[in-house]
Design a protein around this ligand. Structure first.
Ligand SMILES: [Zn+2]
Ligand SMILES: [Zn+2]
Length: 409
C-alpha cells in the first residue's frame, strides 16, 4: 500500500497556495518564503525519518496487543472505530501536554512551535524525534484491544484534522471553538503571550482542555506573538531538530548532578535549580523581534523552486522506500535531508551563499547520477531537476543572491 501522506501532500500544497492568494488579496502578509522553506523542510524530514522508525514503534504496539490485550475489539464495528478515535484523542491530549510541560519531551515537540509565523505550512513543521516517546502514550489502546490497523488509521485522522486549524484567516467560530480544536483556539496554543503559555493541547476535541483546566479563549484586544521564548533563530531543519536536546544537554552539564539532573529532564522547560538564575531570561514579547532578513524576490522564488524539487524527491522516496535496500534507502533519505539543510543556509544568506548554492546543486546532481536510483526516476523528476538546475545557474550568474542592504538608521 502506498504511504497515505502521498495523497495528502497535493491537497496541503493547494490549500497553502489558496491561503497565500487570499492573504495577498487582503493585503495581509501571511507567508515568508524562508519560513515556509524551513517548515516544509521539517515536514519532509519528519516523513523520511518515519519510514525507518514507524515499523519499530508499531512493532512494539503490536507486541503488547498480541500478548497483553485484555480482549480483541472487532474491526467491523463502527463503534470500535469511533471509540478508538475518541480514546486516541484523549491520549493525544496527554502526550501533547507532557510535550510542553516536561523538558525531555519538549526537546522533541518544541520544533513544531519554533516558527514565528502561523499559517498552513506551520502545521507541517513536525518533529523528527517524536517517535522516541509517542508510542508509550498509546500503549493503553493496545491493552484495551484496539487492533494496530485501527490505531494507525485513527492516528492519521487525528493528525490530518490538525492541518486546517493552522491559519490566521479563519476567525472565531462560536460554539465550535469550545468543543473542537479550531483556528482560534490553536492560535492561542502557538502564542508566546503570557495567557497563551501551556494552553489548548487538544488534537480534535478542545473539551479535554476545558475539563482538565488548560483552556484559554483567544483574546480580541491582544495580538498573538507566535513562536517560542527561547527562539531558534535559524532556518536550518537539522538544527531545529537538535536544538532542544543540545540545550537540555548543556543544562545537564551545568547542573550539580544527583536529583537536579532528573528534575531537569522531567520538570517543565526552563526549570533551573533554585540557586541558579535562568540561563537566558525571557525579555518579554514587547522586545521580541522575528528572525530573518526579508529575502530578495529572486532568491525567494529560487528557494521555493528548490523546495518544490526536494518535495518531489521526498515523495519519490516515500513511494519507492518499501522496495529499497536499507543502506540505499538510508543514503537517499540522508541526501534529501542534507540538501534541505543546505537550502536553509541559502535562506540565511550567509557569506558566499550563492557559490555554496551552486555547489549544492552540482553535488545533488552528481549524487543523483551516481546512485542506483536514477533508473527508477520518472520523467517528471528529471524535468524538475533540469528546470531547477537552469534556475540555479541563471540566478548564480546574475549574482541575485546578494543580501539586501539594511535600511539606514
Ligand atoms: Zn504544542
Ligand atoms: Zn500546531
Amino acid at each position: 500500500m502506498l504511504n497515505p501522506i502521498l495523497y495528502a501532500v497535493p491537497v496541503f500544497l493547494l490549500l497553502m497556495a489558496l491561503e497565500y492568494a487570499v492573504g495577498r488579496l487582503r493585503a495581509q502578509p501571511i507567508y515568508r518564503a524562508a519560513d515556509t522553506v524551513s517548515s516544509l523542510s521539517l515536514g519532509i524530514i519528519s516523513q523520511l525519518v518515519a519510514v525507518f522508525t514507524k515499523l519499530a514503534s508499531l512493532g512494539l504496539y503490536t507486541l503488547v496487543f498480541d500478548h497483553a490485550a485484555v480482549w480483541r475489539l472487532p474491526m467491523d464495528s463502527v463503534w470500535v472505530w469511533l471509540g478508538s478515535l475518541l480514546a486516541y484523542d484523549f491520549l493525544y491530549y496527554w502526550y501533547h501536554r507532557f510535550g510542553h510541560e516536561m523538558s525531555l519531551l519538549w526537546a522533541a515537540h518544541g520544533v513544531h512551535h519554533s516558527s514565528e509565523e502561523y499559517n498552513l505550512s506551520t502545521a507541517l513543521r513536525q518533529t523528527s524525534t517524536g517517535f522516541l516517546f509517542a508510542w508509550i502514550f498509546y500503549l493503553p489502546l493496545a491493552l484495551a484491544g484496539v487492533p494496530p490497523l485501527v490505531l494507525v488509521v485513527v492516528g492519521l485522522i487525528d493528525l490530518l484534522y490538525q492541518f486546517w486549524v493552522h491559519t490566521r484567516l479563519i476567525g472565531k467560530l462560536g460554539w465550535f471553538d469550545r468543543v473542537f480544536v479550531s483556528p482560534s483556539n490553536h492560535r492561542v496554543h502557538h502564542g508566546q503571550n503570557d495567557y497563551c503559555i501551556d494552553r489548548n493541547y487538544g488534537g480534535i476535541l478542545i473539551l479535554w482542555d476545558r475539563w482538565f483546566g488548560s483552556f484559554a479563549e483567544e483574546r480580541d484586544g491582544e495580538a498573538i506573538v507566535y513562536g517560542i521564548r527561547q527562539p531558534l533563530r535559524s532556518w536550518n531543519p537539522l538544527r531545529a531538530n537538535s536544538q532542544g536536546y543540545v540545550s537540555l544537554w548543556q543544562a545537564l552539564r551545568r547542573s550539580r548532578g544527583g536529583m537536579d539532573r532528573w528534575r531537569l529532564l522531567f520538570k517543565p522547560p526552563g526549570w533551573q535549580p533554585a540557586d541558579k538564575l535562568p540561563v537566558r531570561a525571557f525579555a518579554g514579547i514587547e522586545r521580541f523581534e522575528r528572525f530573518g532578513l526579508p529575502l530578495p524576490p529572486a532568491l525567494a522564488w529560487h528557494g521555493l523552486l528548490q523546495l518544490a524539487l526536494l518535495i518531489a524527491f521526498g515523495l519519490h522516496f516515500l513511494a519507492v522506500a518499501p522496495t529499497l535496500d536499507l543502506a540505499i534507502a538510508l543514503g537517499y533519505a540522508l541526501a534529501i535531508a542534507l540538501q534541505l539543510a543546505a537550502l536553509s543556509r541559502l535562506c540565511e544568506q550567509g557569506l558566499a551563499a550563492h557559490r555554496f548554492e551552486a555547489g549544492r546543486w552540482f553535488a545533488g546532481l552528481l549524487l543523483l547520477l551516481a546512485s542506483p536510483l536514477h533508473g527508477k526516476a520518472s520523467l517528471l523528476w528529471w524535468l524538475l531537476a533540469g528546470l531547477s538546475g537552469c534556475w540555479a545557474l541563471h540566478l548564480a550568474s546574475r549574482a541575485a543572491f546578494r543580501p539586501p542592504v539594511p535600511p539606514a538608521a
